[in-house]
Design a protein. Sequence first.
Length: 153
Amino acid sequence: MRVSRANETDIQALVALNNSYAAQGLTLLRTEEFAYGHLADYRVIRDADGGVVACAALDEYSPTIVELVSLAVTQDAQGLGYGKALIGALEKLAKSRGYEQLFAVSFSDELFVSCGFEHAELSKYPEKIARYTKLDKTEIEVGQKHCFMKKVG
């Protein structure tokens, strides 16, 4: 398994993979504009044919805080450690860029805790609450979604 930086030819695949989980409330809908604007922030894992089977990205909130977003793995590739590999790669990227905190909002408690994240109160991230409210107020009301934080700097 090799984690690599996404490129322009991946944009449609990134959006399609991410958005395949949006109806279930597992990810927020992403546009091609979002993917293009965050291309340097995306990391992917590819199958033998070069297709994207897993992706995740960083989304900056401040010079010290960044969120891990759009973590998605195809159904066929789940359980192979791709989520952990992407989280690890993005943690290193966040650290190399000088961020102090990496946070995520997810249903995947076990995954994030196993990667060294701690539970955190979403209220510590008012920018996230504001973005949720702007995108879709019901996103903030979804039960069982938890906030996780890890110090990286």
